[in-house]
Every structure is written in C-alpha cells, then in structure tokens.
Design a protein around this ligand. Structure first.
Ligand SMILES: Nc1ncnc2c1ncn2[C@@H]1O[C@H](COP(=O)(O)OP(=O)(O)O)[C@@H](O)[C@H]1O
Ligand SMILES: [Mg+2]
Length: 256
C-alpha cells in the first residue's frame, strides 16, 4: 500500500478537492482499492464521501485508543472501492501537547497503516490534513510514505512553504523514509505570475507536478457531492486530475 499525506498548512488550497478526486479516479479508472483518512476536524472529506455522520470509530478515537482493532475504524463510502476513516470535530482538541503527555498516540495511525499494508487490504491510502500542524497532522506525516502538497500559486502560499518544509523535515527524524511527492498547483490559470511562482518552488528544490486548472465546476462538485469524474467529467479539472493520477500510478513521467 502506498500512503500519501495531502498536506499544506494553508486552508483553501484544494487539499480536500485533491483527496476526494484522486481517490475516486484511482478507484474508478485504475481499479484500485483506496482508503481515505480524514484528519481535518472540518470533516469536509467525511461529509463528501459518506454523506452523513458515519458509525464506528473516528480518527480521533483511533489516536486515543489503546487497543487497535484496525477494521473497527473503516466504513464504506458512496464511491465503489473507496473506504473511509472518518474525521470528527474532536480532532480539534487533539493538540500536540497531548502527544507529549501520551494522552494521544500519533503512532496509532502508522500502526493501522502498517497493519493494512501487511494484509494487502488497500492499494492506496490518502490522508487529508487540516490547515494546521496538530496531533492529527503529526500522525499523518508519521504514517505516510509520501507527502503531496496542493498549492495555489500566490505569494501567501509561497511564504507558507518554508514553515511546511520545516515540519516535514522535523518529521523525518522519526519517519526517515518520508518522501516529497511534490507540489501540485491547483486552481491554476496561465499567466506570468503562476510561471514565476513555479520557478520559485523549483528554486526551493521542490518538484512541481502537472497543474490542475481552475474551473467553477469544482465548486459545483461540492454541492453535488459527487467527484468530478461523475459530476463534470469533461471539465478541465477532471481532465487534469485524471492526468495527474495516471502519472501517480505509473510513478513516472506524465503519459498524455
Ligand atoms: N481546480 C479548482 N478550480 C476552482 N476552484 C477550486 C479548484 N480546486 C478547489 N477549488 C475550490 O477551492 C475551495 C477550497 O478547496 P478545498 O478542497 O476545500 O481546500 P482545502 O481542503 O485545502 O481547504 C473550494 O471552494 C473548492 O471548490
Ligand atoms: Mg480541506
């Protein structure tokens, strides 16, 4: 199982949009089994995928739990072959001080991910992070093989990257194999500024992945609560997410 944490300390950069659409495309186009973990107390991913409150344990329960029965936390979703560990507003209360006092064990998510890896239960695990560095984000970086950074190419986002890279590098002390998949420019449109911003990212040594174009169809998707490949399959963002996922699955250069 390949575990990818979708992270950016800024809100509104399309972390959730990326998570749910990449999950849907992996499952539908590539016949992969995908486990999505909602690590954000806003629970946008949970609502989008499950439509309502989900039974069973949530990620907050998992991080506080002592006895980890791994299947207890996983629920099905509206999308075939996409499974979910739900978020909850309790994730907000799990701050880093509680990790230090061990009321919260950030390692539980890694234990669960390792357990599913051994069982071969899922092909991909995608973890949607909050726009902050808290216990759930630490758990996500600890559990991941790779980090994907959706980024809106504006000056505010570029400034936030230094802080994010510091957190990722700090985590490498306990998860030395953590790799940076790259920055995924979202809400992209052609102009001089976006080109310059991509150059800035490369100058920081950050790989820049194929972009996802801006389109109103993404806002429509949030109301329809269906992924872009169902709600607007011909939209630019659906086409771009599909191209990104082809690249991801091949693990190499973009294939048309
Ligand atoms: N490619 C895109 N084009 C236009 N709007 C987008 C695109 N991707 C995301 N959005 C919009 O941006 C907003 C933030 O997206 P969201 O996925 O919730 O970000 P995050 O999870 O990082 O906070 C939403 O209103 C969403 O509809
Ligand atoms: Mg989000």
């Amino acid at each position: 199982m390949r575990t990818i944490t979708v992270m950016n300390l800024k809100g509104g950069v399309a972390k959730t949009t990326t998570t749910v659409n990449v999950a849907a495309i992996l499952a539908h186009d590539h016949k992969k089994r995908v486990l999505v973990v909602d690590a954000d107390s806003q629970c946008n991913t949970t609502e989008f995928l499950s439509g309502s409150a989900t039974p069973g344990g949530t990620l907050a329960d998992l991080l506080r739990d002592k006895d980890i029965g791994i299947y207890r936390y996983v629920v099905g979703t509206k999308i075939n072959n996409v499974y979910l560990i739900a978020g909850s507003d309790e994730l907000m209360d799990l701050d880093l001080t509680k990790v230090e006092t061990e009321a919260v064990n950030a390692g539980h998510l890694r234990t669960l991910v390792n357990g599913f890896s051994k069982l071969g239960a899922y092909d991909y695990c995608l973890i949607d992070c909050p726009p902050a560095f808290n216990a759930a984000s630490a758990a996500a970086l600890l559990a991941a093989d790779e980090v994907l950074i959706p980024i809106k190419l504006d000056a505010f986002s570029l400034r936030g990257m230094t802080n994010l890279m510091r957190q990722i590098n700090n985590m490498r002390a306990i998860n030395p194999d953590l790799k940076l998949l790259g920055c995924l420019p979202t809400m992209w449109y052609a102009c001089k500024r976006t080109k310059a911003a991509e150059e800035t990212l490369r100058a920081y040594g950050l790989p820049v992945l194929p972009h996802v174009r801006r389109t109103d169809k993404v806002d429509d998707m949030t109301f329809a609560q269906r992924p872009l490949i169902e709600s607007s399959p011909r939209s630019a963002a659906a086409v771009d997410y599909r191209a990104f996922v082809r690249w991801l699955v091949k693990g190499g250069a973009l294939n048309g």
